[in-house]
Design a protein around this ligand. Structure first.
Ligand code: ATP
Length: 333
C-alpha cells in the first residue's frame, strides 16, 4: 500500500473555507489510505516568535482536525517537532542539495521581490535561514516517512519537485546502499469551488472575511448577520446566486432545504434576514457537536496530548527505520 503524507500549517483556527477545501477532503481520503498528518510546528517557528501563540495554535489545529473526525487509530497525527529524525535528515540532505536550487525557491524569491519593490537595498532583508532552508526541511518531513504520495495545494508543487530532486541526488550517490522512494504530489482537480467569505470574496484569513469553524453560537450569529445584503424588500423576488448567504447555505444545508430556500427567494416572500437565520441554524447544527468536542479537547489535561504522543511514537518508528538505513548508507553508522 502507498503511504500518503500531508503537513498541516498551524496558523490559528481553520475557517469554513479550509474545512470545505482542505480538511473534509483530506479526512475522506484518509479513510481508504495509509495516511500520516503532521503539525508543522517547526515550519511555523520561521514566522511565529510568540511562544504562547505557537503553543496554543498547534493544540488548536490538532483539536480541530480531531473534532472534525480524524480517527487517530487509523491516521497518524503527530507534531513535526516530536520526530528528531526529521531534523537529522534535514542536515544530511543539506549536504546533497545545491544552494542554487534554494535560490530559485518561490517563497524565497517572493521575499526578495517584495524588498526590491519596496526599494530595500538588501534584497535578503527580513529573510531568515529557516525560510531559506524550508524546502530542505520539507523534503526531510516527506522522505523520513518514505512517503509515496503527498496531497497538497498547487502552490506546493515546487516543494514536491524539490523533494524529488533532493532524493534523486541522494540516491545518485548512495543508491546502492539506500534509495529513497521518489514521492509524487497529488493536487486538487481544477480550481474547485471557493467558499465566499462574509464580504463575498473568497473566504481567506488574509482578507479577514472568514468564519472560524468553532465560534460560540452568539458570535457565529453576529458574524452571519454582518454578511452584506442589498435592500430588496422581503416580498420582492431575489437572485439567490448573487448572495454569499445563499452560497454558504447551499454548501452546508441538505438539498431539500437549499431548494426550498431558492424557490422562496426567487418567488419573493423570503427576506435576507430570514435566510441568515437559516444559515446560522445550519452552521450551528453542523458544527455545534464538533465545537463541543473541540472545546473538550482544548481543556488542559484532555486526551489531546496523549493522542499526539501516541501518533508521534508510531510515526517515529518509521523515522527511526529510515534513519538507520540512511546513516549506514552515508558512513555515519
Ligand atoms: P491565507 O489567507 O493566510 O493564505 P487562507 O485562509 O486563504 O490563508 P490557505 O492557507 O490559503 O487559507 O489554504 C489552506 C487550504 O484551505 C487550501 O487547501 C485551500 O485550498 C483551502 N481553502 C482556503 N480558502 C478556501 C475557500 N474560501 N474555499 C475553499 N477552500 C479554501
Amino acid at each position: 500500500t502507498k503511504t500518503y503524507l500531508t503537513g498541516i500549517q498551524t496558523s490559528g483556527m481553520p475557517h469554513l473555507g479550509n474545512y470545505v477545501g482542505a480538511i473534509k477532503p483530506a479526512l475522506e481520503a484518509a479513510e481508504s489510505n495509509d495516511t500520516l498528518y503532521f503539525l508543522a510546528d517547526y515550519h511555523a517557528l520561521n514566522s511565529v516568535k510568540d511562544p504562547e501563540k505557537l503553543r496554543h495554535d498547534v493544540r488548536s489545529v490538532a483539536a480541530t482536525w480531531l473534532a472534525c473526525g480524524l480517527d487517530p487509530e487509523r491516521t497518524l497525527l503527530y507534531r513535526q517537532s516530536a520526530i528528531p529524525e526529521v531534523f537529522e535528515l534535514a542536515t544530511i540532505l543539506s549536504s546533497v542539495t545545491a544552494k542554487g536550487l534554494m535560490n530559485r525557491a518561490h517563497a524565497y524569491k517572493a521575499a526578495r521581490d517584495r524588498n526590491a519593490e519596496a526599494g530595500v537595498e538588501d534584497l535578503d532583508a527580513g529573510v531568515n535561514m529557516g525560510l531559506f532552508n524550508y524546502p530542505v526541511l520539507m523534503a526531510a518531513d516527506i522522505l523520513v516517512m518514505a512517503a509515496d504520495v503527498v496531497p497538497v495545494g498547487r502552490d506546493q508543487r515546487q516543494h514536491i519537485e524539490y523533494t524529488a530532486d533532493i532524493a534523486g541526488s541522494f540516491n545518485h550517490i548512495y543508491g546502492s546502499s539506500y534509495a529513497f522512494p521518489i514521492p509524487r504530489g497529488a493536487y486538487p482537480e481544477g480550481e474547485g469551488s471557493m467558499l465566499p467569505g462574509i464580504d463575498g470574496r473568497k473566504m481567506s484569513k488574509s482578507y479577514d472575511n472568514h468564519i472560524p469553524l468553532f465560534l460560540p453560537a452568539g458570535r457565529l450569529k453576529k458574524l452571519v448577520r454582518r454578511i452584506p445584503t442589498d435592500s430588496t424588500p422581503v416580498e420582492a423576488p431575489k437572485d439567490p446566486d448573487s448572495s454569499a448567504v445563499f452560497q454558504l447555505l447551499s454548501h452546508f444545508a441538505d438539498e431539500e432545504r437549499t431548494a426550498a430556500a431558492r424557490k422562496r427567494l426567487e418567488q419573493g416572500g423570503m427576506g435576507w434576514g430570514e435566510l441568515k437565520n437559516e444559515l446560522f441554524e445550519v452552521l450551528d447544527a453542523t458544527f455545534g457537536p464538533m465545537r463541543e468536542r473541540y472545546d473538550a479537547l482544548m481543556e488542559p489535561g484532555s486526551e489531546l496530548d496523549g493522542i499526539l504522543a501516541d501518533g508521534a511514537a508510531r510515526a517515529r518508528e518509521r523515522a527511526r527505520a529510515t534513519l538507520a538505513r540512511v546513516r549506514s548508507a552515508i558512513g555515519i553508522a
